[in-house]
Write a protein that binds this ligand. Structure first.
Ligand SMILES: [Zn+2]
Ligand SMILES: [Zn+2]
Length: 494
């Protein structure tokens, strides 16, 4: 897959082991005593350092990728083979499909961001070695290098190198905008089909997105479309808005267009389709219920009694909470630290509150009527376990992921086949992609505690922990040192 790697001697390995352990000193001068010229010179030195670091980062990313060959991945056509929208970047040939997940954990960033960095490093090595070397020498900044990657990443490496050779001598003189323009011009001159391929590649990345609008309190909804499709869509919206205007609607045309846009997508005039259903999830702390009881202090581990549930139902009724038609309401009861203790549907809560304790009917005995679901012997989790784990986890629990999950995406942390019980302490939500990784990737370790805290370790030995979203981290012990990674916390080194 990569270039021939020279054999590494034991001395070299020992030396590398020692070097990795050495602290990397960052030269920081006392800014207050620097002259204006010295500050400017120092800033230039920092820019060089950033470029060198970016080149070094790409080298490390590629090295880690080389350590993750695709030999062990499920081959195409077998049950575990990758397919569908969660297939990873196919532009890292020979590298395991699980590599970007590992890189995301190492860098503590999302999978898309990790995939982009890995791909960029790949392009430096295959197509833009001169750019990579210029960065490593501190002569070209990462932003301009990334501009070249953006334009030339889908071009055959030989052609990309030819274009690079012509641009690189002057690349640092031009603004990134000029560099991009020159690169595109050369590309279209030397490869007229490139525009078509770039558009196709952009089409594969196209999506509909929502993000905060510059207008206060609004959200922009945007779609990546071919220009002619976008123009046609806008034309439809504009014409319908003008018809409203002609009908006497006094509002500004901008407002009419946005109303038409939303109406076209929501189609309130079509009543034939299935009704939109809502699934509400309500979380109440046990402490707030027990606070009204006469028992002092200790709340954690308190039984959830019928009286608690009646209190809770009174509150929910006061808030006007009802089960929406075709939808559901799930209520989660949490301990003081936010960890989910028990879950039930609103209907179940009403039944339990009415029926009370089965052993002491007609009395306020204080027995528990609701608790964490019992383990089962079967492989498939019970409905109550599904509800509990979904309420506890809400999204994929893989560190840095947070994808929404479906009802089926509840995974045994220790596989059932290896003796892992079907118990909420051994079940967690994973998205399809990370479920696949956990099932098929070699060298990963997953471990979960009874409180639902999940620890994931990559084949390269990086460990990250996720706790259920509502749960508070344990309070720091009194002798713990203060947080160290806040910028500006460390005293300056002089
Ligand atoms: Zn009882
Ligand atoms: Zn995930």
């Amino acid at each position: 897959m990569s270039a021939v790697v020279a054999p590494v001697s034991r001395v070299e390995r020992a030396l590398a082991g020692w070097l990795v352990e050495q602290p990397a000193p960052l030269r920081r001068l006392p800014v207050g005593v620097l002259s204006r010229e010295q500050k400017a010179a120092e800033l230039q030195r920092v820019q060089e350092l950033k470029a060198r670091t970016a080149a070094y980062e790409a080298e490390l990313v590629l090295g880690l990728a080389d350590d993750s060959p695709d030999d062990d991945d499920p081959p195409p056509g077998t049950p575990g083979a990758r397919r569908g929208s969660w297939a990873p970047d196919p532009e890292l040939p020979g590298v395991s499909e699980f590599f970007t997940a590992e890189l995301a954990l190492v860098l503590n960033c999302g999978r898309v961001a990790a995939g982009k960095r890995a791909h960029r490093a790949w392009v430096y090595r295959e197509s833009l070695p001169g750019t990579w070397a210029a960065m490593a020498a501190g002569e070209l900044d990462e932003y301009r290098a990334m501009t070249l990657v953006e334009v030339l990443q889908h071009t055959a490496p030989a052609l990309a190198r030819r274009i690079e050779a012509r641009l690189l001598p002057r690349a640092a003189e031009w603004t990134a905008g000029v560099l991009q323009k020159r690169a595109l011009e050369l590309l279209l001159e030397l490869d007229p089909d490139a525009a078509q391929r770039r558009r196709k590649a952009a089409g594969r990345r196209a999506d509909v997105r929502c993000y905060p609008s510059p207008q206060d309190g609004m959200t922009t909804m945007a779609a990546d479309l071919p220009p002619e499709v976008a123009a046609a869509c806008f034309e439809v919206i504009d014409q319908l808005a003008r018809m409203l205007e002609a009908d006497g609607d006094q509002r500004p045309i901008r407002e009419l267009r946005t109303e038409v846009y939303a109406a076209l997508l929501q189609r309130p005039w079509e009543h034939a389709g299935p009704p939109v259903t809502a699934h509400l999830q309500i979380v109440a702390t046990l402490a707030s219920l027990a606070g009204r009881s006469t028992e002092p202090g200790e709340v954690n581990g308190l039984p959830i009694t019928a009286a608690h549930l009646r209190d809770l139902l009174r509150e929910l009724d006061a808030l006007g909470i009802r089960v929406p038609e075709g939808g559901s309401v799930t209520v989660g009861l949490t301990e003081e630290d936010g960890s989910v203790r028990a879950t039930a549907t609103l209907d179940q809560l009403r039944r339990l509150a009415r029926r009370g304790c089965a052993h002491h009917p007609g009395t306020e005995c204080g027995c528990a009527v609701l608790d964490r679901p019992e383990p089962t012997d079967r492989y498939t989790p019970s409905t109550a376990q599904h509800r509990f784990v979904h309420t506890r986890d809400r999204t994929c629990r893989f560190p840095t992921c947070g994808q929404r999950v479906g009802w089926a995406d509840v995974d045994h942390v220790v596989p059932h086949a290896h003796g892992g019980p079907t118990d909420c302490a051994n079940l967690c939500c994973l998205c399809r992609s990370h479920h696949r990784l956990k099932t098929h990737a070699r060298g990963w370790r997953f471990a979960m505690g009874a409180d639902g805290v999940l620890t994931v370790t990559t084949p390269s030995g990086i460990t990250r922990t996720t706790r259920p979203p509502g749960m508070q981290p344990p309070p720091p012990a009194a002798e713990d040192p203060p947080e160290r990674d806040e910028p500006g916390h460390d005293p300056p080194p002089f």
